[in-house]
Write a protein that binds this ligand. Structure first.
Ligand SMILES: O=C(O)CCC(=O)C(=O)O
Ligand SMILES: [Fe+2]
Length: 313
């Protein structure tokens, strides 16, 4: 257990199982570090060595290679989960993404697997379910720590009930294949929060308060937790939505995947988080409508459209 800093991204080590148990001293100590990181940078790296073995890591990235090797026409037909973004999405000639709606429901990962492998593919399906479980647990632990830190833990059960998860798997071709170095442009996620996992190829960069791009070093068994626009709204600007981008400098194929957490219904700033030092910053946010609006108007709004413009007071 403990917190260290690698290249300015806080790294939180959850190897002591007590870190996942509310009220223990390990829990209380890392929750302070996590809140600080989310307020300053909007992200941190979580190391969970007991949850992801090197075998699972290697097997699962192997199956992602098989997934993206399918012909494009099979990939584009995988869009059948609504309402949150799912199916085939491509940002540019270097990037391809495939999404699953309701990612934490094994029925949806089963359907997605069946689309590509009608005979089944246990290591893909079981890997996807296992990672979704670990990321969902991390998501719940982190949001609970933040809710407690702000003295509003009484809202946390309802928060968890309102969350819908979407998976997105990304493949970025090596720089030598495309000559494209922009994997994804700078953006904040439209989620409440996002949890990412990736292979050994670097690329993710985080924008700091000092206006610097910080490169994330992939560490084994580690996840990157990012606060999204919804978290910033809910916290009345205490938590910073993490601005990030993907830059491709290596010639290896980069794989990453994320569990995207969206709140159903409306997000209001809790009344306890509004006072004379923290005047109300946002109107209620309906996250699904926000995602739809952003998608529909992307060509005019651009990737850096801010939540302040959408629902700032
Ligand atoms: O590939 C990554 O590391 C980041 C992906 C990302 O930012 C996104 O899908 O929104
Ligand atoms: Fe993102």
């Amino acid at each position: 257990m403990g917190t260290q800093t690698v290249a300015k991204i806080p790294v939180v080590d959850f190897s002591n199982e007590d870190c996942l148990k509310p009220g223990t001293s390990s829990w209380l100590s890392i929750s302070k570090s996590i809140c600080h990181a989310l307020e300053e940078l909007g992200c941190f790296v979580a190391i969970l060595p007991g949850k992801v073995s090197p075998e699972l890591h290697n097997t699962f990235f192997g199956t992602l290679g098989e997934l993206f090797d399918f012909p494009t026409e099979i990939k584009v037909q995988s869009s059948f989960e609504k309402p949150y973004p799912s199916g085939y999405i491509t940002a540019n000639a270097a990037n391809e993404g495939l999404g699953i709606g309701y990612a934490t429901d094994p029925e949806y990962t089963r359907r997605f697997t069946h689309h590509f492998w009608p005979e089944g593919h246990d290591s893909f399906r079981e890997g996807a379910d296992l990672f979704a479980k670990v990321m969902e647990e991390l998501d719940q632990v982190v949001t609970r720590m933040v809710f407690e830190n702000y003295g509003v833990e009484k809202y946390h059960d309802d928060h968890i009930q309102s969350i819908v998860h979407t998976y997105r798997f990304n493949q970025y071709k090596g720089f030598d294949k495309t000559g494209i170095d922009e994997g994804l442009p700078a953006h904040t996620d439209k989620t409440f929060n996002t949890t990412l996992y990736q292979n050994h190829v670097k690329g993710l960069e985080i924008y700091s308060k000092d206006n610097e791009w910080i490169s994330v070093d992939p560490l084994p068994s580690s996840f990157i937790f990012l606060a999204g626009d919804g978290f910033q709204v809910w916290s009345n600007d205490r938590v910073r939505a993490c601005k990030h981008r993907v830059t491709l400098r290596e010639n290896d194929v980069r794989y990453s995947f994320g569990l995207f957490s969206y709140r159903e219904g409306e997000t209001h700033v809790p009344k306890e988080l509004v006072d004379k030092d923290h005047p109300l910053q946002y109107k209620a946010l309906h996250q699904f409508e926000y995602v739809q609006y952003f998608k529909k108007n992307y060509s005019t709004l651009g990737p850096l459209y801010s939540i302040k413009e959408y629902c700032g007071v």
